[in-house]
Design a protein around this ligand. Structure first.
Ligand SMILES: [Zn+2]
Length: 343
């Protein structure tokens, strides 16, 4: 009989026992042979806190290396959690794409991939693909809830929000909005994504978990209020699920609760009509109207060429603002969110 390689078996090794009671911290060792390191691995930090019978949750940070608040909040939570006060299981990966996190970059410097476009991965693939496959096949099936903490990275700045996908199931939408309201960022954005099937959030949905991500801050820096929102949000989710004791603190500075928003179609995106230097006239969370001036495109290389005024196409509130001055034709210069109104 012909022998075949098991193409589905993960090459990642570790000494975490996901069912063992107590707190375990360790590493997922992803093989990465290189010059001068034939048997090298990249050690991706993982913590599992298991307090016996109860629901299970996955917290991920550093899926993009230039988004820092989740990396801070999740590693701090992992250090702080006491298994004695936990009823259920918390799996934490504070720096999923570790090489990108150490480099402060969105894309993985090992294989050039965006980790959040790699699910469900490939057991025989590149670094990101192997790790994505492990998370998809070994971790995702264990959890009821997944919170993937992002901010907007070097290229954008976001309104402080959680985000979730539109799915054609009213019950799931309602449950996920409730999860987001308990995470309690100022905004929760439902969006109809382009190219979203390969994300961590989409993978969690495929496994039947309630799934939210966040976009808290950006511009490649650590925003103190965003760290606080992430820390309170993760604690809140654990309380809401009954994994730790207490009532979620869902209060908002202006009163009320998390504002439910949506980004429904292409009209929400303000695309650059040509290459240039974009001068925005807005900040995240600012209310804007259709026809209002969004900013100017400048062409500093040509004296004769007038700056081009850019207008907003729809009413709403700024969800994403650009971080980079230089834009290329087709780049997104702003994303506008509107109050949630269903499909
Ligand atoms: Zn991200």
């Amino acid at each position: 009989m012909a022998r075949t390689v098991d193409t589905f078996k993960s090459r990642i090794f570790h000494d975490i026992d996901f069912d063992k009671p107590g707190k375990q911290t360790g590493y997922l060792r992803v093989p990465q042979s290189r010059d001068g390191g034939a048997w090298s691995t990249i050690e991706v930090p993982i913590a599992v806190v298991n307090g016996g019978k109860g629901p299970a949750v996955l917290f991920t940070g550093g899926v993009h290396g230039d988004e820092y608040e989740g990396q801070i909040a999740i590693s701090r939570l992992a250090r702080r959690l006491d298994p004695q006060s936990v009823q259920g299981k918390i799996i934490m990966l504070p720096a999923v794409d570790l090489p990108a996190a150490l480099a402060g970059r969105r894309m993985c410097p090992i294989d050039g991939r965006d980790f959040n476009r790699c699910m469900p991965g490939d057991a025989r693939g590149s670094f990101c693909q192997m790790l994505a496959h492990f998370i998809d096949s070994t971790i995702m099936p264990q959890v009821e809830v997944s919170v993937d903490v992002h901010s907007a990275g070097n290229s954008m700045e976001a309104a402080l929000c959680s985000i979730m996908h539109w799915v054609d199931d009213a019950k799931i939408i309602e449950r996920t909005q409730a999860l987001a309201e308990n995470f309690a960022a100022p905004f929760n954005v439902v969006f109809w994504g382009v190219d979203e099937t390969a994300t961590v959030a989409a993978a969690a949905e495929r496994h039947g978990a309630l799934s939210i991500s966040t976009e808290i801050g950006g511009y490649g820096r650590v925003r103190p209020d965003a760290v606080r929102i992430a820390e309170r949000g993760l604690d809140n989710v654990l309380k809401w699920m009954g994994i730790i004791e207490g009532t979620p603190d869902i209060s908002q500075p202006g009163g009320g609760r998390t504002r439910q928003m949506m980004v429904r179609d292409q009209r929400s995106y303000l695309f650059a009509p040509s290459d240039g230097l974009f001068e925005p006239c807005f900040l995240p969370e600012q209310k804007i109207r259709a026809g209002e001036l969004a900013g100017y495109l400048h062409f500093v290389e040509e004296w004769e060429r007038q700056s081009q005024p850019i207008e907003f196409g729809i009413d709403g509130t700024i969800w994403m603002a650009p971080g980079s001055g230089r834009v290329k034709k087709g780049d997104v210069m702003a994303v506008i969110m509107q109050d949630f109104a269903g499909a």
